[in-house]
Design a protein around this ligand. Structure first.
Ligand code: VAH
Length: 317
């Protein structure tokens, strides 16, 4: 039976991933690790909670031993735009934290999930049909922490046999948790504003294409990769995965199919625009599909229908 620790369980991915892991493996087998932000009532009442700061290796080891953890999902990170404002903190959480997690995983024989990102690529990467194995020279601290994390995780697999696996997530869109400080946050905000005000001012320019994914697919991918047959994995850290690619105009048109009088204008935020332009327009995720069966269920229109339905219900309460 898996005994799982989710570090960063109150974040955009962590909060929904932890609940799904509890559904699949049993509430008592999934420990929700958090630092400052208090867990939701659902997270707090459905299973064990621990205050875990990945930069404190002693506390981390204590929790691993207390619950006999065999799998660590490490979702602690500062997202791209915030990481540019606080690069030293981003490095400390993203890299020093990961180093501690890998060291504890080495000592207590835990598997480790590492969430990389499209942010691990830069302007010198082929931005269309971005290959699984290609040049990675990101220009952001977020990207530097992700490339470092990929290399460190692969090293721990090859040198110490730690079962590390990772995904290069695209922008993730959720109807549950609001994102905090990401370049792709617009793709969540637009749905709320469309419902509330039928108007949205977009911080990214028309024609800025980015890979995206609906949260249910992101959660399934995070669980499926850790359950995959290791003998089939030619790659480890980290797999390109994507479900769709769109620019602001395309997602706005998808919303207009349901809210015909929705209007969008632009007020480009230079930092987010600069970051977005250095990320792929569309990744090639054939390795994930071949090596562990990656196959997203949601496209833009099915996601839009579900987002508007779920957020509409939430806002009408
Ligand atoms: C961000 N949503 O924008 C995150 C994500 C690929 C983007 O890492 O920073």
């Amino acid at each position: 039976m898996k005994k799982i620790l989710v570090i960063g369980s109150v974040g955009q991915i962590g909060s929904e991933l932890t609940l799904e892991l509890r559904n699949r493996y049993g509430n008592e087998n999934v420990v929700a690790g958090f630092r400052r932000t208090q867990p939701s009532e659902e997270l707090a009442t459905s299973g064990p909670l621990e205050n875990v700061d990945a930069t404190n290796i002693e506390k981390l080891a204590e929790v691993i031993k207390k619950y006999k953890i065999d799998t660590i999902y490490n979702l602690a990170a500062l997202l791209s735009a915030v990481a540019e404002e606080k690069p030293q903190l981003a490095w400390n959480v993203g890299v020093n934290g990961l180093y501690n997690i890998l060291e504890v995983a080495r000592e207590y024989k835990c598997a480790v999930f590492f969430p990389s990102s499209i942010g691990a690529f830069g302007l010198s990467t082929p931005l269309d049909n971005t290959p699984q194995d290609t040049i990675q020279r990101p220009g952001t601290m977020y990207g530097v922490t992700k490339v470092t994390g990929e290399l460190l995780s692969d090293y721990y697999f090859k040198r110490f046999g730690v079962d590390t696996r990772g995904l290069r997530y695209p922008g993730i869109i959720s109807n549950v948790t609001l994102p905090g400080g990401g370049t792709t946050d617009y793709a969540v905000e637009i749905y709320y504003e469309a419902i509330k005000n039928k108007k949205y001012t977009c911080p990214l320019a028309k024609g800025t294409f980015l890979d995206m994914m609906y949260m249910p697919d992101a959660i399934d991918a995070g669980i499926d990769i850790m359950e995959a047959d290791p003998s089939k994995l030619k790659h480890r850290n980290a797999f390109n995965i994507t479900a769709m690619s769109f620019d602001p105009e395309i997602i706005a048109n998808s919303i207009k199919k349901h809210i015909p009088d929705f209007v969008m204008d632009y007020n480009v935020e230079p930092l987010k625009q600069k970051i977005a332009e250095s990320w792929p327009n569309k990744m090639n995720d054939s390795c994930a599909r071949e090596e562990w069966g990656w196959n997203p269920k949601y496209d833009l229109d099915t996601m839009t229908r579900d987002m508007l339905d779920k957020i509409g219900k939430k806002l009408s309460k």
